[in-house]
Ligand binder design. Structure first.
Ligand code: NAI
Length: 333
């Protein structure tokens, strides 16, 4: 039995969480969900969108599945997502982007995993106003953080049967900072002779991604390029409703969809649970329950193939009915 923290979020969060928990239960895998509310709905009672109990639960269970939470605008609260990453030192942002059956996109055969460094680069937040007409931000790249993200990317490649890890920089211009990222990658790569190496500049990568994305396998990038490129890759496979993600650290991992809490369709049984379900499937791989992960993926793909899905993907089912369809496929397997 696995103990897993479930943050069911707000907006469409509770609806898609319920659907995903039902699907996992129907697969036969036993999970003891530790339900932790967070986000807008808990602020009034607990004074913060991310109470300590949520962090304690994740530290204890080491793995969490998280639905989206609303970031209240102009109320002085930091984003729950940013806080989670900082408090738990979730240094690796993992975004597998793979074409799904029947989800129409410009390209077929996209199967890219974006590994983004989550803690430094221009996102370290070190900025200053030089004078009223100038501001500067400092780009931090350290050997330590680069080494652990590169090692993460190569280990992921090994564990998941991937062939290549490509490093993405602009080391031709930022010779010291991106140069350190690139050189550290080269050092780490020596420990993984089974995995092919590749180096590419970020501008060339973007052009190639929108022309021939099928040539890429695992990408490893500093924070800023990783942020931009991971959304580009989400676009290649059909956008928000199907983009999954995870933030992973030494001790804990949080699996979550890329999309937000979609307040515009909250409570209407319209939300597509696919991105949260794909995040959960990646989570099952992470906790070494690959057989269940594959079984659920097969049931999801069968539903998508038959067009029995939510409206945003061209079907005519609600959230609950889509989940029922996937469960039906699980029982037939
Ligand atoms: P959003 O992703 O919530 O919605 C953008 C559009 O996509 C909306 O039209 C929405 O209906 C649609 N959409 C999103 N997910 C969908 C799904 N699963 N099924 C069907 N349609 C879906 O982005 P928005 O509106 O910018 O953000 C809303 C709130 O979510 C904000 O408070 C934002 O801060 C928060 N947010 C939270 C994230 C997280 O918890 N990881 C990530 C991104 C945003």
């Amino acid at each position: 039995m696995h103990n897993i923290t479930l943050i069911n979020g707000d907006g469409i969060g509770p609806e898609i969480s319920e659907a995903v928990v039902r699907i996992i239960e129907a697969s036969g895998l036993k999970i003891n969900w530790d339900l932790q509310t967070a986000g807008e709905d808990v602020i009034e009672k607990e004074g913060t969108p991310l109470p300590q109990r949520v962090l304690e639960s994740i530290r204890k269970n080491k793995v969490a599945l998280k639905a989206p939470v609303t970031t209240p605008i102009g109320k002085g609260f930091r984003s729950v997502n940013v806080q989670l990453r900082k408090e738990l030192d979730l240094y690796a942002n993992l975004r597998p982007c793979k074409n799904l059956p029947n989800v129409k996109t410009r390209f077929n055969n996209v199967d890219i995993v974006v590994v983004r460094e989550n803690t430094e680069d221009l996102y370290a937040g070190i900025e200053r106003q030089v004078d009223e007409n100038a501001a500067e931000s400092i780009k931090i790249i350290t050997r330590k953080a680069t080494e652990r993200i590169c090692r993460f990317a190569f280990d992921y490649a090994l564990k998941n049967g991937r062939k290549e890890v490509c490093v993405v920089t602009k080391a031709n211009i930022m010779k010291l900072s991106d140069g350190l990222f690139l050189n550290t990658y080269r050092e780490v790569a020596k420990d993984y002779p089974q995995i092919k190496q590749r180096e590419i500049l970020v501008d060339n990568l973007c052009m190639q991604l929108v022309q021939k994305p099928e040539q890429f396998d695992v990408l490893v990038l500093p924070n800023l390029y990783g942020d931009v490129v991971s959304d580009l890759c989400a676009g290649l496979i059909g956008g928000l409703g199907v983009a999954q993600g995870a933030n992973i650290g030494e001790n804990c991992a949080v699996f979550e969809p890329v999309h937000g809490s979609a307040p515009d369709i909250k409570g209407q049984n319209k939300a597509n649970p696919t991105a949260l379900l794909l995040s959960a499937i990646e989570m099952l791989n992470y906790i070494e329950e690959k057989a269940y992960a594959d079984k659920i993926e097969k049931a999801l793909f069968a539903a998508l193939k038959s067009g029995k899905c939510t409206v945003d993907l061209g079907g005519n089912l609600g959230t609950k009915e889509f989940a029922d369809e996937i469960i039906k496929n699980l029982h037939q397997a």
